[in-house]
Design a protein around this ligand. Structure first.
Ligand SMILES: Cc1cc2nc3c(=O)[nH]c(=O)nc-3n(C[C@H](O)[C@H](O)[C@H](O)COP(=O)(O)OP(=O)(O)OC[C@H]3O[C@@H](n4cnc5c(N)ncnc54)[C@H](O)[C@@H]3O)c2cc1C
Length: 416
């Protein structure tokens, strides 16, 4: 039944989380609009790792094959400790191909991911409304009334996918509690004077920090790492935001590369390098009345854990099929309560794991990705596969996975 609203669902924010939400809603025949204050799609590399579970979710949206074609499947992690080769870890260990169509982590730049999602949305005649900033939100009881610079949009449901500094979260009066740590993260896009291979990621561990070196299809490498406080003086940002990055002096990066991380390659070109403070925060509620928070708007953590985009896609799929069912009158409204019940514990787990990952020290029982592991490096590392790497691959709720979660069972529905 059609009602008086301009659309069934308004999605605010056209990052990966908002785009996946809108795409699944459109595929289910929901009248969806998606607005973003940016003038157009993102051009930065930003997130670069798409995990196996996320590829399975993208497969449901029909875009996984395009993503794989534009990315680089990573099947090995080569580990160096204090400049010396210490072992390898397989991401495609024995048996993993039986468990997933995607037995690897995909190196894929965020702008590529967003581009393919925008194109897929276009096939459903949904165009992102760029240059549209949301400046106010009011719950009307039967829906929401959303103020933009030049318009008021009414919708039955609102999805706030507007990132770490979310305006929707503020309009809903939700605290974003947590911490900002002293330790600083490092992100950079570089070229190197030697090839470190295209199948493997390199992890150079050192006292009090680490640097990961991820090959990208373009021939560049993404560096991500943690640097101890004594090596840097990065400022404490005023706002909790992934945008609060401080430029990193290129000479410092080369020095750390040679003397601290002890990488056996020289930096050729530094395209972008920055330091950031690590935040770890959760929104007080993921749902307020007719509005939901998803992705970075609901949770923020260390991007060096490579989970930000992945966690957001999991939120999007979990919420979108439920909203579609409720909009079409095929499921009771209480189904929507299961979004927060299922996703909050997962977000908490990722925050905990990426926190312990950023505080990693050699000899502890945590790896930089945040997964629990043996502290011994060497041959014991070789046999580990995706299955045991819970922190890296299992960021999804039961019901959006195989459709066997509590919500899916009780209404006989699944995300597919
Ligand atoms: C420089 C940089 C490097 C990063 N590197 C990594 C990495 O290596 N690994 C990793 O996992 N993550 C990384 N991240 C984080 C990753 O990009 C995010 O976790 C991911 O994009 C979250 O997706 P999202 O869709 O939830 O939010 P976002 O991608 O932040 O999208 C939010 C969107 O909402 C829009 N918006 C905001 N406010 C409004 C408003 N009032 N009205 C309308 N639109 C609005 C914004 O313009 C934006 O397009 C990085 C981020 C940055 C900025």
């Amino acid at each position: 039944m059609r009602d008086e609203h301009d659309c069934d669902v308004l999605v605010v924010g056209a990052g990966p989380t908002g785009l996946c939400t809108a795409l699944m809603l459109a595929q289910h025949g929901v009248r969806v609009r998606i607005a973003d204050r940016r003038p157009g799609p993102v051009e930065q590399t930003r997130a670069t790792i798409v995990h196996a579970r996320t590829l399975e979710l993208l497969d449901r949206l029909g875009v996984a094959e395009t993503a794989v074609a534009r990315g680089l499947p990573i099947t090995e992690v080569e580990i160096h400790s204090s400049g010396r080769h210490a072992g390898e870890m397989s991401l495609a260990g024995e048996g993993t191909a039986d468990q997933t169509r995607f037995p690897y982590a995909l190196a894929l730049e965020q702008f590529e991911m967003e581009r393919l999602l925008v194109n897929a949305l276009g096939e459903h005649a949904v165009a992102v409304e760029w240059g549209t900033e949301v400046t106010g939100v009011a719950d009307t009881g039967s829906g929401v009334s959303v103020q933009t610079a030049g318009d008021v949009i009414s919708a039955r449901w609102l999805v706030g996918a507007d990132g770490a500094s979310s305006s929707v979260r503020k309009f809903l009066g939700q605290e974003f509690d947590g911490e900002t740590y002293d330790q600083a993260g490092l992100l950079a896009d570089v070229t190197l004077d030697v090839s470190l291979g295209v199948k493997g990621m390199r992890l150079n561990l050192t006292r009090g920090g680490f640097v990961g070196i991820l090959p990208l299809r373009s021939g560049r490498y993404r560096l991500f790492g943690v640097v101890p406080p004594e090596l840097h003086n990065s400022p404490r940002p005023a706002a909790v935001s992934h945008e609060s990055y401080a430029p990193l002096d290129h000479a410092d990066l080369q020095l750390w590369f040679d003397d601290y991380f002890k990488v056996d390659a020289r930096l050729e070109e530094i395209l972008w390098a920055s330091m950031f403070r690590v935040h770890s925060r959760l929104a007080a509620k993921f749902r307020v009345g007719n509005a939901f928070l998803v992705g970075d708007a609901a949770h923020i953590h260390n991007p060096a854990g490579g989970q930000g985009l992945n966690l957001g896609v999991g939120d999007a799929i979990n919420l979108a099929w439920k909203l579609a069912q409720v909009v079409h009158g095929e499921a009771p409204r209480w189904l929507l309560d299961t979004y927060e019940a299922e996703r909050r514990p997962i977000a908490r787990t990722v925050l905990r794991r990426t926190d312990s990952g950023s505080n990693w020290r050699p000899g502890t029982t945590r790896w930089p990705c945040g997964c629990a592991r043996t502290s011994r490096l060497g041959s014991s590392v070789r046999s580990h596969g995706l299955r045991r790497c819970g922190g890296c691959s299992s960021t999804c709720s039961p019901s959006c996975g195989s459709g066997t979660g509590a919500a899916a069972r009780s209404v006989g529905a699944s995300a597919s």
